[in-house]
Each structure stands twice: as structure tokens, then as C-alpha cells.
Design a protein around this ligand. Structure first.
Ligand code: UD1
Length: 434
């Protein structure tokens, strides 16, 4: 089992470059199912989730070639198999993105239900509601979503896609992709406005789709008979950039970030500034993050875009464990997403979980410990905690972190951190209650 071993206490300094966005690349790859032609995706991050989706695409009849380290070229070979198997889908929830494209293009799809995950229930009811509104017949059979378009075509419809916690990124992407090949006009009200949806919509338009209202909660799609191939460059990862910003701030460092999509980080930057962190846009386009004074506590609630992202919650909690006072961090997207708190407390943090909030009482220092990543962003939070803690921290279950961060230890080492990846069985067996 791989783990990251960190000797904390060094303020991060230097320059780091952000990779392409995982959550941007996944729907773009799924959208290639809709195309009759060749699609080229550039700046795709080299991550496990991407490789899993590429594997499923191959199984459903696409040729997916990696022609350069971060470039994928896809082409349709056969439409005989439209099944996304449990064995692959269970490795990555975003496989649900294939449901809309397969159904719209081929008139049928069988996609395994992704199931829950450690950050909560994560239902798919909105995906199904939206596709049913487009005329799909959908049944749940033996753990699979089995979908069919009567007569082989979906038909445009007007729908409201908002859910109990606001809009859904995944459901919006799925229905948007499906509506491109439906007969007639679709209007999606309550669409997610996350930047990844805008990138997807622009790519679909380049493939020949007609989508209006991009970057707004009202998308209007006029269906077309077929889509051609197109090219797209995956934009830089706003969450990875945010993670480096918080890490720089937590360690009291001075870091310059290349390719930080500042336009999409408004809420994160605002909270960092409130906490006493300097965030400056430099003339060369790099973003400099520096902290010299103490960290001030801040209150944060995660929301849909442009609110504070849930994917940046755990990292901020890690930073706030060292603030000069009490912070309240509330989750409006995933109320159970606080698994990192117990691990941070093992490092000396004082976090009390109250319903869907974490009350973080700042402490003067954290102390290194063995900790376990429970999910991707919780893992990033533990790495940040390890970078500031006194002594040695070992973060176990690194595979969670590798799902979303390309070469995380190399990038942090480039900023002066003392961090290395170890393989093999640790000398002391971890016997921790599940
Ligand atoms: C995406 C991101 C994930 C991020 C999340 C919220 C990808 C691959 N993943 O996940 O990193 O944390 O957005 O920004 O891009 N919901 C329903 N019914 C549904 C679907 C969602 O009730 O059918 C609820 C969810 O439980 C959650 C909220 O809607 O409370 C938002 O979820 P959603 O935006 O769909 O998240 P994902 O697309 O799964």
C-alpha cells in the first residue's frame, strides 16, 4: 500500500503549475460518445479516474488513444456494446456521465448504478428525472440503470433540474449531452453553473450542437441529427489551484501558481483574504499567495458555484485548525463530508462536528501522526496538515489522492516540502477501528 510520508514545518516557497481539471476532463471524454468523428482532448490530467473512464469508453466501442502525455484522441469504432460494467463504474462515480450520451446516440444504455461513497449517499435521481423528461424509459435492474429511447430518439422538453441542495453538476452535464441529439428544443432550468458545464457546452457546440445560455442556470438546446469531431483543451483545475493556495497559506509560505484560474476561484480567494492571506495577481499572470501574519478564523458555507466549493472544504478546515480563534465550516452540498475531522483531531486539532458543520477551534500547532485519507479532498487536507505539523506525518490510502492530483508529492517537493511516497507494507501494522 502506498503512503505519503511528510516531515512538516517548512513554509512552501517557489512556483508550481496547475494541471488540467479532472472534473472538466471527465464530462468532455464522456461527450466524445456523441460524436461521429475524431475528437482531440488536450491538457488531460494523467489520473486514475481518467484512465478508468477511458477504459469504459473502449468497452463501449470507442478507440481511445493517448497520443502524448496529456492528449487523448477518440474515434467511434462500434456501437454494439452500450454497457458500462459495475466493475469499472464502481471505481469511479463519474461513469454515470455515459448514461446520457449512450442513450441519446444509440437509443439505449445500461450503466451500473454508482452506489454511495464515503462522502454520503450521492443519489442519481436528478439524472434519471431529466432523461425521463426527454422521453427515456428507465428501469433499475440488478443494480443497473437500463435506459431506452422509444423509436431510438429522445425528444426535447422543458424541465427544472434543481434538487434539494441546489443544482447538480452531473445531472446537468448528463441531460445537456443527451439533449444535443434529441428531436426539438430542450430548456433546462436550474442548470448547474459550475465552469466545467460551460467548458462542456462550448465543446458540444464545436461538435455542431446548438446550446444557448451557457454559464447561466437556463440552458436552451436545439437538438441536431448528428455531431462531428472537435478539439478541446481542458482548462486548469480550479480545485488543485485552490489546494496549493491553501497549502501555501497554511504553511506561512510564499508560492507562485502558474495556470491558476483566478476567475473561477472568487469564493476561495475571498475566504483566504479574510483569513489574513495575501493573494496577488502578478503581471506575468501568475498568482502569488503569501502569508506573513497569523491566520484569522473565518466562517464558511459550501454552496454551488459561484459559492465556496465543497471540494475545497476539507483543505480549508486543515488550515483553520491553526487559526487564531474559532471558525465554523458548514456543508450545504454533502452534509456528511467531514471524515477528515477525526483524522485532523488525531494530529492535535480541535474540531467538533455539529450536524452539517465543523466547529474548528484553532490550536498553536499540529503534531505529525499516522492518518488515513477517506476520500480525495480529505486526503489533500491531511497532506496540508502534514506539511504544517511538527514531526512526521504518514498519510495512508494515497490512492484516494491519486484520483485527483497529478504527482502531488513531486509538486509539493518542488515547493520545498519534505514529502515522499513509500511503497510496501509499513513496518508497524495499522490496526485502526473502521
Ligand atoms: C461533482 C464533482 C464533485 C463535486 C460536486 C459538487 C465531478 C466528477 N464531480 O459531483 O467533485 O464535489 O460536483 O460540486 O465533477 N444530487 C441529488 N440528486 C442527483 C444528483 C445530485 O440530490 O441526482 C445532490 C447531491 O447529493 C449533492 C448535490 O446534488 O448534494 C450536488 O451534487 P452534484 O453536483 O450532482 O455532484 P456530482 O456531479 O456528483
Amino acid at each position: 500500500m502506498e503512503r505519503l510520508v511528510i516531515s512538516g514545518g517548512t513554509p512552501l516557497e517557489g512556483t508550481v503549475r496547475v494541471s488540467g481539471a479532472k472534473n472538466g476532463a471527465l464530462p468532455l471524454l464522456a461527450a466524445t460518445v456523441l460524436s461521429e468523428g475524431r475528437c482531440v482532448l488536450q491538457n488531460v490530467p494523467d489520473l486514475k479516474d481518467i484512465r478508468t473512464l477511458a477504459e469504459i469508453l473502449r468497452e463501449v466501442g470507442l478507440s481511445v488513444e493517448k497520443t502524448a502525455p496529456n492528449t487523448y484522441v477518440t474515434r467511434l469504432l462500434s456501437e454494439e456494446n452500450s454497457v458500462a460494467r459495475y466493475e469499472l463504474v464502481s471505481q469511479m462515480r463519474a461513469s454515470i456521465y455515459l448514461l446520457g450520451p449512450l442513450l441519446a446516440k444509440r437509443g439505449e444504455a445500461r450503466v451500473s448504478l454508482p452506489g454511495g461513497c464515503v462522502i454520503g449517499l450521492r443519489p442519481v435521481d436528478l439524472h434519471i428525472k431529466g432523461l425521463r423528461a426527454l422521453g427515456a424509459e428507465i428501469e433499475l435492474e440488478h443494480g443497473y440503470i437500463v435506459a431506452r429511447a422509444p423509436g431510438g430518439r429522445l425528444r426535447g422538453a422543458r424541465m427544472f433540474l434543481g434538487g434539494p441542495n441546489g443544482s447538480s453538476v452531473g445531472a446537468t452535464a448528463n441531460v445537456l449531452m443527451a439533449a444535443c441529439l434529441a428531436d426539438g428544443k430542450t430548456i433546462i432550468e436550474g442548470a448547474a453553473c459550475e465552469p466545467e458545464i460551460g467548458v462542456l457546452a462550448r465543446f458540444l457546440n464545436r461538435m455542431g450542437a446548438t446550446i444557448e445560455g451557457i454559464d447561466t442556470p437556463r440552458l436552451v438546446i436545439t437538438g441536431v441529427p448528428a455531431l462531428r469531431g472537435a478539439r478541446v483543451t481542458v482548462p486548469p483545475d480550479r480545485i488543485e489551484a485552490g489546494t496549493f493556495m491553501v497549502a501555501a497559506a497554511a504553511t506561512g509560505g510564499d508560492v507562485r501558481i502558474e495556470e491558476a484560474p483566478l476567475d473561477h476561484l472568487g469564493a476561495v480567494v475571498a475566504k483566504l483574504r479574510e483569513a489574513g492571506v495575501e493573494v496577488l495577481e502578478e503581471d506575468d499572470g501568475l498568482v502569488r499567495v503569501r502569508r506573513q501574519g497569523p491566520l484569522r478564523p473565518v466562517n464558511v458555507t459550501t454552496l454551488t458555484y459561484p459559492g465556496y466549493p465543497t471540494d475545497m472544504q476539507a483543505q480549508l478546515v486543515a488550515m483553520l485548525t491553526l487559526a487564531d480563534g474559532i471558525s465554523v465550516v458548514s456543508e450545504k452540498i454533502y452534509p456528511d463530508r467531514f471524515m477528515h475531522c477525526a483524522e485532523l483531531n488525531r494530529m492535535g486539532a480541535q474540531i467538533l462536528k455539529q450536524a452539517a458543520s465543523a466547529i474548528v477551534r484553532g490550536v498553536p500547532r499540529l503534531s505529525g501522526a499516522d492518518v488515513m485519507a477517506s476520500d480525495l479532498r480529505a486526503g489533500a487536507a491531511l497532506v496540508i496538515a502534514g506539511l504544517v505539523a511538527e514531526g512526521r506525518t504518514t498519510v495512508h490510502r494515497v490512492y484516494h489522492i491519486d484520483r485527483g492530483y497529478e504527482r502531488i508529492e513531486e509538486k509539493f517537493r518542488g515547493l520545498g516540502a519534505c514529502i515522499e511516497r513509500l511503497r510496501g507494507t509499513p513496518s508497524t501494522t495499522l490496526k485502526r477501528a473502521a
